[in-house]
Design a protein around this ligand. Structure first.
Ligand code: PEP
Length: 250
């Protein structure tokens, strides 16, 4: 099955009204007319700015996290319905920085995934192993465990409306990228795991690679049969780099 590639930028906690304004305009211009789907996931306070700057373009916008709760006394949290109100299409759940710094367990990530889907958002589910785990040869077990938590809570059909991002933790923001072969191996096992539940969902599932993807390595990574795009951190803050990665997603 042909899968349209998706390149999503994760701005993390960067930016200001002034710098975002230029970046959004440059991204909008830089990716116009490309075949890949493109999105930027911005900090909450800038969602309205992203909506205004990107309306009518081929760039979707989204957030970097979401509450697992619908509403109520959860000070500091932002619900999926609120994100939908801002016109978000995507929301990242389970980013390794949320898992390691903020205690998002597999169960919490699955609940956030479900909350996003229920509000009509497309969750980008991040999974991936740490360096220790890779060196201990438990990559398959870790990635499968993270994926299975979502399958158990939401069912395989839910993955038909979602995106998975394989992000080896040791490659995020480190400049150390998984080789195309290393990434492809894990992407294939993710697809096989989903295929055990539903071959059709597996065939249509977009699995992004994230971890120091740059203009110089993007084409080779995304040429792998099971790599359907990228989740981009650092390079998403430089419009020309981000646009070059998007252009490599063919
Ligand atoms: C990320 O934050 O999801 C990421 C992949 O970051 P970087 O591209 O900077 O490694």
């Amino acid at each position: 099955m042909a899968r349209t590639k998706l390149v999503a930028g994760n701005w993390k906690m960067h930016g200001s009204l002034a710098t975002n304004s230029a970046l959004l305009q440059d991204v909008r211009k830089g990716v116009a007319g490309l075949t890949a789907d493109v999105a930027v996931c911005v900090p909450y306070p800038y969602l309205d700015q992203a909506r205004g700057a990107l309306l009518g373009s081929n760039v979707a916008w989204g957030a970097q996290d979401v509450s697992e709760h619908v509403q109520g006394a959860y000070t500091g949290e932002v619900s999926a319905a609120m994100l939908a109100d801002f016109g978000c299409r995507y929301v990242i759940v389970g980013h390794s920085e949320r898992r390691s710094f903020y205690g998002d367990t597999d169960a919490v990530v699955a609940a956030k995934f479900e909350a996003a889907l229920k509000s009509g958002l497309v969750p980008i589910l991040c999974i991936g192993e740490t360096l220790d785990e890779r060196e201990s040869n438990v990559t398959t077990a870790v990635v499968t465990r993270q994926l299975d938590a979502v399958l158990a809570r939401c069912g395989v059909a839910a993955l038909g409306q979602a995106v998975v991002a394989y992000e080896p933790v040791w490659a995020i923001g480190t400049g150390r990228t998984a080789s195309p072969e290393q990434a492809q191996e894990v992407h294939a096992l993710i697809r096989q795991r989903v295929a055990r539940e539903d071959a059709g969902v597996a065939a249509g599932l977009r699995i992004l690679y994230g971890g120091s993807m740059k203009p110089g390595n993007a084409r080779e990574l995304m040429a792998q049969p099971d790599i359907d795009g990228g989740l981009i951190g650092g390079a998403a803050l430089v419009a020309t780099d981000f646009a070059a990665i998007c252009a490599a997603a063919v």
